[in-house]
Ligand binder design. Structure first.
Ligand code: ATP
Ligand code: MG
Length: 322
């Protein structure tokens, strides 16, 4: 029986790339046994270092690449054996400079892609107006894409991805290279789309973005899942790290001094006016405030607070162990 609550399911998904050098063939394993499940109507974030296999996963889900082993299904359809059914239900937003016709206007681009998608011109006209409005490009619809800013191009990519009214939207690093306001505007669109019942599958290197948007995040490395759960679960359960923030009056480099405490991991330091602010990653459960105070010396500490890691700190602590 097909589970109607699941939008995407990858089972032991594997993908190898073969590249031909001048003399020999080289094989790269991009995915090795990736297992994940995405709930329908949710925003799902795939995170991981460069080369972890995020784009490869997106391309497989979009039927642009076939799996080398294992399987992936979108809305219950196999990406390999039922690629046409999958294509009908997804919108792919790869972004960047490619995929748009620079000498055409935004509206003309969408008309062209609507025709490629076999959407009747009459229907397309209304739909395109709505989409331009939805992505905030109604004033720029008749401007050539070559005059668009990066953020405007990215929004046009999204409009293109929405043309076929997909159930699932795949976004590969949607906010890369956008200025803070452009990124904010784009991020605001994502919960709106999810509230319409669409499932959003995105990759990002921005942890704050993932934390804000995603119901579930999945950390992958070397083509396999390292941790998956809600941002809160990732911070609390998987990272096994707590953060201690110390404000001290000693501006000399003190990080090295703290390394004698075995439960102290990474130490970051920055100068803020007359203070040095230290962020210490410590092992969960360690009670070492006294040791820290002793290490730094008497009268040096202005304040010391312990808190939960944010998603970026949790990511560093989880992937730093791999
Ligand atoms: N067309 C290709 N030919 C050969 N190897 C490839 C190809 N595309 C990706 N790879 C390799 O597969 C692995 C996964 O790449 P992928 O692009 O999926 O990573 P990513 O997680 O998207 O990284 P990034 O964060 O840099 O975008 C890497 O080792 C990469 O070098
Ligand atoms: Mg990528």
């Amino acid at each position: 029986m097909q589970d109607t609550t699941i939008a995407i399911e990858c089972k032991d998904l594997g993908r190898k790339y073969e590249t031909r050098g001048r003399k020999d063939k080289k094989e790269t394993t991009a995915l090795q046994g990736l297992n994940l499940t995405v709930r329908r109507g949710s925003v799902f974030g795939l995170l991981g270092p460069n080369g972890a296999g995020k784009t490869t996963t997106v391309r497989i889900l979009a039927t642009l690449l076939t799996p080398s082993s294992g399987s992936a299904a979108v809305m219950g359809f196999d990406v390999d054996k039922q690629a046409n059914e999958v294509r009908r239900r997804i919108g792919l937003v790869l972004g960047g400079e490619r995929g748009l016709y620079r000498s055409l206007t935004g509206r003309e681009n969408l008309r062209y892609f609507a025709a490629l998608n076999d959407i009747a011109p009459k229907l397309a006209r209304v739909h395109i107006d709505e989409l331009l409005e939805a992505v905030g490009l109604n004033d720029a619809g008749d401007t050539r894409v070559e005059e668009y800013s990066r953020g405007m191009r990215q929004r046009l990519h999204i409009a293109r991805g929405l043309l076929n009214d997909p159930d699932i939207i795949l976004l590969d690093e949607p906010t890369i290279g956008l200025d803070p306001i452009g990124a904010l505007e784009l991020r605001q669109m994502i919960p709106e789309l999810a509230s319409q019942g669409k499932t959003i599958f995105l990759t990002t290197h921005y942890m704050l973005e993932a934390d804000l948007l995603c119901e579930t995040v999945c950390l992958i490395n070397h083509g396999a899942v390292v941790a998956m759960g809600s941002p809160t679960e990732i911070k609390q359960r998987f990272s096994k790290t707590r953060i201690i923030e110390v404000t001290c009056t000693d501006l000399s480099p003190v990080s090295e001094k703290l390394r004698v405490i075995p439960q102290v991991g990474r130490v970051e330091s920055r100068i803020d006016g007359v203070f040095q602010k230290l962020t210490l990653h410590i092992e969960e459960g360690a009670i070492i405030q006294k040791e820290i105070a002793e290490c730094l010396g008497e009268g040096v500490i202005e304040s010391m607070v312990e808190r939960e890691p944010n998603l970026e700190e949790a990511y560093i602590s989880i992937l730093g162990r791999n």
